[in-house]
Design a binder for this molecule. Structure first.
Ligand code: HEM
Length: 310
């Protein structure tokens, strides 16, 4: 941090790339991407099966997608657990907010449902899994997890007066929705794989709605993961060093930011419409029939004699 210029300056890119948060997050987002891609393949294959199109190919690709989903989810879970521990050490307020844990607690429970008071300073109703939060955050069922109110007092002493709490309901729900959509996706994948054992085809009233929703579940999980990461670190841009409010540009106006946001939203909106249209068309066409690759390369039919062309 350059105190004279009041800004953070990069001194070593290797330190940035190899710091713990970057490493665990990389290890979390790459399997998340594989999970999403696999759910996409599985969802489309299941759709072709429902429409009774190209059953042999679709069965194989469905199985491939579902197995990849299960394997990648194991890595998402392991890396998520590691992320939670790193996050608790580096940004304890983020974990406290994610769990709506208001007071520092030993053997802290993992909340399945918490309803907080309107001023956001305490919980009024809670359903918990005993000691699970301590294990998730510290690797020890008896570990101590700091609470929102105690951290607020500590940070006021350390960094001066201010509100150091992020939006607790948003942190709490986005953390759960990230995990929840992932678990629902892998549950559907396991159910379909179970029905596919011994050569069976997945069936039942659950199959069509579950498989059509499959590609969207990881997308929702990813979006909530990102919303959690970015909102629950507030008020900090860099924890303990730069507040988001201090990072506001002196040169770029709010109007310019708004214009850029609108321009990007329109641009990405148009690209999304084109992309979704192309995907739907490709899905409707189904898998390409097998062609003789040699014939395809020269762009002719096999009854035409080969001829040198230039
Ligand atoms: C299975 C249980 C899971 C756990 C324990 C978990 C844990 C975490 C944690 C602790 C973070 C915050 C890291 C930080 O802010 O420092 C995070 C972020 C994130 N998670 Fe998960 N997660 C889980 C499932 C998933 C699933 C299923 C997906 C998507 C398929 C996902 C995608 C993400 C993404 C995209 C981020 C944001 C990364 C970033 O922007 O830096 N997570 N996760």
């Amino acid at each position: 941090m350059n105190q004279t210029k009041g800004r953070a300056e990069l001194t070593n890119i290797i330190t940035v790339l190899t710091q713990k948060t970057a490493l665990v997050t990389f290890f979390h987002t790459i399997p998340s991407a594989a999970f999403s891609g696999a759910a996409f393949i599985a969802g489309i294959s299941a759709w072709l099966i429902i429409k009774k199109k190209d059953l042999d190919v679709s069965r194989t690709t469905l199985k491939l997608g579902l197995i990849t989903m299960v394997i990648s989810f194991v890595f998402v879970g392991i890396s998520g657990d590691l992320s939670s521990r790193v996050m608790t050490t580096q940004q304890p307020m983020k974990m406290a907010a994610a769990e709506a844990l208001y007071s520092t607690t030993e053997s802290a429970p993992f909340s399945l449902l918490t309803i907080g008071s309107l001023d956001g300073s305490r919980s009024v109703f809670q359903i918990d899994l005993p000691s699970v939060l301590s294990f998730l955050s510290t690797g020890n069922f008896k570990g101590v997890v700091e609470g929102v109110n105690d951290l607020q007092t500590k940070y006021e002493k350390q960094y001066g007066p201010g509100d150091y709490k992020p939006n607790i309901p948003l942190a709490y729900w986005s953390f759960r929705l990230m995990m929840g959509f992932g678990f629902i996706g892998v549950f559907f994948a396991l159910l379909a794989l179970w029905q596919m054992r011994k050569g069976g085809t997945p069936h039942g009233r659950w199959f069509a709605p579950a498989m059509i929703s499959l590609p969207f579940l990881p997308l929702l999980a990813i979006s909530f993961g990102w919303i959690f990461t970015e909102t629950a670190r507030q008020p900090w841009a860099v924890f303990g060093l730069i507040k988001t409010a201090d990072g506001v540009s002196q040169v770029v106006s709010a109007g310019a930011v708004l214009f850029t946001m609108i321009a990007f939203t329109v641009l990405y909106g148009v690209l999304a419409i084109i992309e979704v249209g192309l995907i739907l068309r490709t899905v409707q066409m189904g898998p390409r029939p097998e062609v003789d690759t040699q014939v395809e390369k020269i762009g002719g039919s096999d009854d035409r004699p080969l001829a040198m062309s230039y």
